[in-house]
Design a protein around this ligand. Structure first.
Ligand SMILES: [Zn+2]
Length: 602
């Protein structure tokens, strides 16, 4: 049966970065409304994709039809009574030159798009089958195409016709085109494919494929035990390697990922020894594996189990939820933990990654201003619109949410009745892999933990007090020690050192704030008080923060010379006491705690 809604997407001009789209609608409404989404699920910011749509026209049979634009992203077509049986045909172009996973891109090397950027939604017809044809033309010679949509009639390179059961499925299936490395594996009979575009010849994509397979096997076993099937028929990783990009966006049976080219594993050069087996905490490859693990975990946690407010996405406006601390935070907790359980990183690397997350939260003054539930609700105007004041006013629902998961897991395990793993699986069943409320989590915690966890959720999720991390980790045989924090942290600053020292953030109640330094200041130099020995005032030019320490050693105060808005300011800076950061390690003596239920192993 022919789909009544048919999209046709072709490369119009790669140098102009233009996609050409036609949309045919059988049996259109007399006043047919069409719109482009203003946001893409998974990325909580109104992005106004219609900004890039141009040259929209409509025809019915051989006649042009009048189109009226209703607002920033919707249009209405009014059809004459005698339009007859001819389909309504819309044609338009979309400019695509944003190399992120959230929108669309096109040049002579590759094409990428989310249907939220290219496919006008046909109002009133959202539940029907949507067909998408990927057109192979002179611009795509030698290119392949890949997407998570169901193929209907495609050629060996992936061009041709795909079908989506409804508009949500179409919106949830990005498309990549270009020349790419491609590999595949099966987990429990479910085919998984990895395509990598933009990699250098030295990239070891086979190793990446093997490691991705271990992540998938570990996660399917996590959710489904030893033998049942995952909730998708096939899965696709679309990875684009770039000079300095980074990001991922989850979808129901695929994910679009961007990594740095240098972070891909390398093949040994001729005559060179084999590359080390396990990546370490600072390695880009560890970050890439963590990203793959994160987005794959979302296949269950946010694409199936999802906030009650996302039971149906509203593509026209912000979709508010307080639950991103659960869906992003718990996913962040499990992304690295499952790398450890898959054997891809070792325990000391895992604990280094965990220490980093703890320090990120403890070095964010905004954790005392905003709860993670508020941070979730405000994601649309705060997390996704970060500015110089962000660390002072907000907390990340990713990092603090991950620590809430850690605290819950360690508390459950210490009390001996369940783990957070059990909670996730029972929650999935209770909510039938669908919409969830906070009350569902509380109910499952009570059922499995055999007591109410309402006080913990109130304090950790809806409050701003510190989490009881040190105490919980110590109960599980881990040592919570302190080490010196960076100079920037000591001064209460975050800086950029590209061609000069520029202040990005001035942290609440820090020494830099007390001195009157402000975000955007260019720190030009330091002036030191005369010492009794020399009696001489010394002044130095600085380009890096480390030089401030070099020149100021032995002084309790200095004058910072900064440029702001064309003026030179002298700011008196009192040198602060050293500050500490956290380091989490395995205790040298094995723990005798009986409540340690193999947290890092199972
Ligand atoms: Zn995420």
């Amino acid at each position: 049966m022919k789909a009544a809604l048919r999209y046709r997407v072709a490369v119009l001009d790669p140098h102009q970065h233009l996609w050409a789209v036609t949309l045919e609608i059988d049996r259109p409404a007399a006043r047919q409304r069409l719109s482009l989404p203003v946001w893409i699920p998974g990325s909580y910011l109104v992005r106004e994709f219609s900004q890039h749509l141009q040259s929209l026209g409509a025809q019915c049979g051989h006649h042009a039809v009048a189109l009226q634009q209703l607002d920033k992203n919707s249009w209405e077509v009014r059809l004459l009574q005698d339009a007859g049986a001819a389909p309504l045909r819309l044609h338009y172009e979309v400019h695509a030159f944003d190399a992120s996973v959230r929108t669309a891109f096109l040049d002579q090397t590759r094409g990428f798009f989310n249907p939220t950027s290219l496919c006008l939604r046909v109002h009133g017809r959202e539940q029907e089958v949507h067909a998408l044809e990927l057109v192979d033309n002179a611009h795509t010679a030698g290119w392949e195409a890949a997407t998570g949509l169901s193929p209907n009639r495609i050629d060996a390179r992936g061009y041709g016709l795909y079908l989506a059961a409804d508009c949500d499925e179409l919106a949830d299936c990005p498309v990549e085109m270009g020349r790419f490395w491609s590999g595949s594996f099966e987990v429990r009979g479910v085919p998984h494919r990895l395509v990598v575009g933009g990699a250098g010849a030295g990239a070891d994509c086979e190793r990446l494929l093997r490691d991705a397979q271990r992540i998938c096997e570990t996660q399917i076993a996590f959710w489904h035990g030893p033998d049942s099937q995952p909730p998708f028929k096939r899965y696709l990783f679309l990875l684009h390697a770039s000079q300095d990009g980074y990001g991922g966006l989850e979808h129901r049976n695929s994910t679009a990922l961007i990594c740095q080219r240098a972070d891909l594993p390398r093949r040994a050069l001729k005559g060179e020894a084999a590359i080390a087996a396990q990546p370490k905490a600072g390695d880009g490859y560890t970050t890439l594996l963590g990203l793959i693990s994160h987005e794959y975990f979302h296949t269950w946690n946010v694409k199936r189990l999802r906030p009650h407010e996302f039971r149906r996405y509203d593509y026209e406006r912000e979709n508010y939820t307080e639950l991103l601390w659960f869906f992003e935070g718990f996913t962040s907790y499990y992304d690295d933990l499952l790398l450890l359980r898959a054997g891809l990183i070792d325990e000391s690397t895992y604990l280094e990654l965990l220490s980093k997350t703890v320090n990120q939260v403890l070095q964010t003054p905004g954790r005392q201003v905003q709860s993670v539930a508020q941070a979730s609700f405000d994601a649309w105007v705060k997390y996704y619109r970060s500015d110089a004041n962000t660390p002072n006013a907000t907390v990340s629902y990713y990092s603090k949410g991950a620590l809430v998961a850690l605290c819950l897991d360690l508390t459950l395990r210490a009390e001996g009745h369940a783990s957070l793993d059990d909670v996730m699986r029972v929650l999935m069943r209770r909510c039938e892999a669908g919409p969830m409320r906070e009350a569902d989590l509380l109910a499952v915690l009570k059922q499995l933990g055999r007591r109410s966890y309402a006080d913990e959720i109130a304090a950790w999720v809806h409050g701003t007090d510190e989490l009881p991390l040190a105490e919980l980790l110590q109960r599980h045989g881990l040592q919570w020690s302190q080490e010196s924090a960076s100079l920037a942290q000591r001064l209460g600053l975050r800086v950029s050192e590209n061609g000069g020292l520029t202040l990005k953030h001035v942290l609440r109640d820090g020494a830099a704030e007390a001195a009157g330094l402000a975000p955007g200041d260019e720190w030009l130099g330091v002036e030191l008080d005369p010492t009794p020995a020399s009696g001489e005032t010394m002044a130095w030019r600085v380009r890096k923060l480390d030089e401030v320490a070099l020149y100021a050693a032995g002084h309790s105060a200095l004058t910072a010379l900064v440029a702001r808005d064309g003026r030179l300011l002298r700011c008196r800076l009192r040198w602060p006491a050293p500050v500490q950061q956290v380091k989490i390690q395995r205790e040298v003596m094995p723990s005798t705690a009986a409540d340690e239920r193999r947290w890092l192993q199972e």
